[in-house]
Ligand binder design. Structure first.
Ligand SMILES: Nc1nc2c(c(=O)[nH]1)N[C@H]1C(S)=C(S)[C@@H](COP(=O)(O)OP(=O)(O)OC[C@H]3O[C@@H](n4cnc5c(=O)[nH]c(N)nc54)[C@H](O)[C@@H]3O)O[C@H]1N2
Ligand SMILES: Nc1nc2c(c(=O)[nH]1)N[C@H]1C(S)=C(S)[C@@H](COP(=O)(O)OP(=O)(O)OC[C@H]3O[C@@H](n4cnc5c(=O)[nH]c(N)nc54)[C@H](O)[C@@H]3O)O[C@H]1N2
Ligand SMILES: [Mo]
Length: 764
């Protein structure tokens, strides 16, 4: 093997930054231009137009970009897509190919020196590949040999708990169901998923308080809301189709409040992409009140608002919804007693906001009854992330703003089927009822011991308690925290397997042996014995619907995800009563099994063939909180951040640019934040820069600090930006090396990727 070290993180080299004015609006002509140029450069014009026509149409395929729902009936003629959805699709439909010849030409070590952008642009993987022990290059392997190798490695383990089965969130319901069934028949609940790093905190906080880990609103609720609060989320980039819903709220007389350390362009002003007449204008004002909160200042801010509501309630008696509280909730008194323990003076510095602005926010909340609160990673990736979510619920409960039209919780999911995967049983902590159903239907003993989540899985591999890693999609090394430590963990494995569409860094940071199993993407035709198949997915609002690929697969050697699971299961399981190969001849057969084991899927095959799909049951939406421990919606007591920064330290959040999908880098721009052609940047407050002797575009090294440990990432360019004092932002995944594995949320164990304590040092 070559002596050069394999690079586990993106190279430090800079790419040539150009700064532009921050645009005043999101969408508009630039967005259309950008979408088309990405699509056409990856696919060519003819294929590109056919693709765009099919995204999110009733008979088309589900956009792999995000989990935002489609309108129930009306769909725009050309497209229910957005700039970033178009980029996501272009990325998958690219005409570039990573073939056996490509792997023979480029060693693993060589590819590891490429940037994530270059790795991703290499294209779609065409054949199953193996990296043999000690080899420099991947070589072709047959599907059967690959399955047999996995089977024999798995069966050689001392215990099934020594294997880890990760899932990313694009996997269809059908594939996810088969995958968890295989893993449980093999004998473990080691099913960590990207959700552990994403909305796990939402699931934890919501289940405990409302009895369901999912949001309660439907898309139509946005038409009826008085007030929508968008907190810790950047929809202009990450869920652009949500801007249409926010615009509908405004059109119907509602207001929008935004709580974010950054004035994200997409939330400030907006142009409707489906209305060409408006593309050239200045855009409509979207946010009515912007609170530029400090990173992790949300519980403090919400507590001040809650205290103001309480004071007003004591005066007027009509702020709280007394009937709702009495009939539907539990724990009000304890919650109010706890709230009294905090003083506004004490809380205020954590928010970084002037009291008048918070008062304005409180007044808006007090004077409106139908409130929706939307959030994403800005709330879920902190040590007190679950507290964030529960405090949001407290606010809604006081107002009775749940379980009625125009009101409720809206955790906006990331991956397009991350919610469906969880519904299908991709969870390291399955409920007993779910396992009972599996056992009954498939006649086996399901393991009951809870498995590893993402953080625990990394620790287990590091401690050599686990030695086989299988990834159903995703890019584990780049998505997880503490890159150096996680790389050591993966390298400890005897076998690492990645089921993927495109080349990524996780193929290059590997165990003793490694396999790449290339699969079909969402946009492609899936032919099985009974003919062409469709798959099904669940969006952020609990609608289950079809997705039909239309393109010819990137290579004739690809298998579908369900077929890959069936292949592995057949090669591994000795006493299974499941007819794995038969199930994949016709996915209706898989759906029948899902219907038999999971609530809410009655007449699955019929109902999913109805235009637009069907809604899963949702107790919170129906104003029923009986699944909680008290049988009612629970008020809770929560803690503000306990992180104290030294004078020279900064809080760093790791965020997404406008040109990436998680670890997939579409391009090097972040147009909405005024950055072109560079990802190694750090956004800083101009006063902080002055105090630390830093100038625009100075090159700095970053060190993170956690319990006496230090982690380093070098060579970032300083960008003066509108961000609260002592707050900074860098991009994910470049800064993941700085996120300590043990710095995670209480209860949900989500890595605290938005609260990393750093110091910044100018390079000599
Ligand atoms: N184009 C595109 N679409 C995507 C993705 C993508 O990478 N690209 N990723 C998908 C996935 S998996 C997910 S989970 C979602 C992610 O969607 P988002 O959560 O919107 O993504 P982030 O870039 O992590 O942005 C977090 C936002 O929260 C703010 N924030 C950070 N810390 C705090 C805080 O302490 N308090 C408050 N109030 N705000 C804070 C940041 O300024 C930023 O605006 O998007 C999904 N959609
Ligand atoms: N510092 C920091 N770290 C973070 C975050 C953050 O905000 N900050 N966000 C976290 C969040 S919210 C998430 S969700 C995770 C994301 O973690 P992951 O889901 O693991 O990462 P992705 O980058 O979405 O995975 C991309 C890869 O998936 C594969 N892929 C794409 N489509 C398909 C498909 O249809 N089938 C299969 N089998 N493979 C496919 C491709 O090979 C591609 O390279 O990252 C987390 N990490
Ligand atoms: Mo996510």
């Amino acid at each position: 093997m070559s002596d050069k070290k394999i690079q586990e993180q993106p190279p430090e080299k800079l790419t040539g930054i150009e700064l532009i004015d921050i645009p005043k609006k999101a969408v508009g002509t630039k967005a259309i231009q950008s979408a088309l140029s990405h699509v056409f450069s990856e696919t060519g014009v003819v294929k590109g137009i056919s693709l765009l026509k099919n995204i999110n149409q009733i008979n088309g395929f589900d956009c792999p970009g995000c989990a935002w729902p489609d309108p129930d009936q009306k769909r725009a003629f050309l497209a229910e897509y957005c700039e970033n959805g178009a980029k996501a699709v272009a990325e998958e439909a690219t005409t570039n190919r990573v073939s056996p010849l490509f792997f023979a030409t480029h060693s693993v070590q060589e590819m590891s020196e490429w940037s994530d952008y270059e790795i991703g642009k290499s294209g779609r993987i065409t054949h199953p590949m193996i990296l043999k022990e000690g080899a420099d290059n991947y070589e072709e392997i047959s599907w059967q040999e690959a399955f047999n190798l996995i089977g024999s490695e798995l069966n050689n383990l001392n215990s099934p708990d020594e294997a880890i089965f990760y899932t990313s969130g694009r996997t269809s319901n059908e594939a996810a169901f088969l995958y968890q069934l295989f893993v449980r028949q093999f004998g473990t609940n080691n099913l960590p998923d990207c959700s552990n790093m994403c909305h796990e905190s939402s699931g934890s906080g919501l289940s405990e308080t409302l009895g369901i880990g999912k949001g309660s609103v439907t898309l139509d609720d946005f038409n009826h809301a008085d007030l929508v609060i968008v907190i810790g989320q950047n929809p202009g980039t990450n869920h652009p189709r949500m801007l249409t819903a926010l615009k509908d709220t405004k059109k119907n007389g509602g207001k929008i409040m935004t709580i974010n350390p950054l004035p994200e362009v997409g939330l400030m002003n907006y142009v409707d992409p489906q209305n060409p007449l408006k593309w050239f204008g200045a855009g409509d004002k979207l946010t009515d009140l912007f609170l530029q909160v400090k990173i992790n200042g949300d519980v403090a801010l919400l507590k001040i608002i809650l205290k103001m509501m309480k004071t007003e309630e004591e005066k007027s008696g009509d702020v709280f919804n007394h009937q709702f509280i009495k009939e539907k909730t539990h724990g009000l008194e304890q919650f109010l007693v706890d709230l009294d323990k905090y003083s506004i003076e004490e809380l205020l510095p954590q928010t970084g906001l002037p009291l008048e602005v918070i008062k304005e926010a409180a007044d808006m909340i007090i004077s409106n009854d139908k409130i929706i609160i939307c959030w994403a990673m800005g709330l879920t990736q902190h040590k007190n992330a679950v507290d964030n979510i529960r405090e949001v619920v407290n606010l809604l409960l006081l107002k009775g703003s749940i379980g009625k039209k125009g009101a409720g919780t809206c955790p906006v999911r990331g991956h397009s089927n991350v919610q469906g995967d969880r519904t299908m049983g991709i969870w390291e902590k399955p409920k007993n009822g779910f396992l009972d159903n599996l056992e009954k239907e498939f006649q086996f003993n399901a393991p009951r011991k809870h498995g590893y989540d993402v953080v625990a899985a990394i620790e287990a591999m590091h401690q050599k308690k686990a030695s086989v890693f299988i990834g159903m999609g995703g890019n584990f090394i780049s998505a997880t925290p503490d890159t150096v430590y996680t790389a050591e963990a993966l390298k400890n494995c005897d076998l690492t397997v990645q089921i993927s569409t495109k080349l990524n860094r996780s193929h290059l940071i590997h165990g003793k042996q490694a396999l790449i199993l290339p699969c079909l993407g969402r946009s492609e035709k899936d032919n099985q014995k009974s003919g062409e198949q469709f798959i099904t997915v669940e969006n952020s609002m609990g609608v289950v619907h079809q997705s039909n690929g239309h393109l010819t697969p990137a290579s004739k050697h690809l298998l579908s995800e369900p077929a890959i699971v069936a292949g592995i299961a057949t090669a591994t399981l000795k006493n299974t009563k499941v007819q794995w190969s038969k199930l994949i001849t016709n996915y209706d057969l898989i759906r029948t099994k899902i219907e038999a084991t999971i609530d809410g899927f009655d007449s699955y095959n019929e109902r999913v063939r109805v235009k637009g799909g069907f809604y899963l049951p949702n107790n919170a939406r129906e104003n029923n909180f009986s699944p909680t421990l008290t049988g009612k919606a629970n008020f809770s007591t929560n803690s503000p951040s306990d992180i104290a920064l030294d004078e020279n330290q900064f809080m760093m959040m790791t965020i997404r640019t406008h040109d990436q999908y998680n670890t997939t880098i579409y391009g090097l721009n972040d147009r909405y934040r005024g950055i072109l052609n560079e990802r190694r940047v750090i956004f800083m407050n101009p006063d902080d820069m002055k105090n630390h002797g830093l100038k625009k575009l100075d090159k700095v090294d970053l060190t993170s600090h956690f319990k006496g440990e230090e982690r380093k990432a070098n060579g970032f360019l300083v960008i003066p930006y509108s961000i609260p004092k002592q707050c900074t932002a860098t991009y994910f995944p470049e800064a993941n090396v700085l996120v300590p594995l043990k710095s995670k949320a209480r209860i949900s164990h989500t890595p605290a990727s938005k609260t990393v304590i750093i110091t910044v040092k100018k390079q000599d």
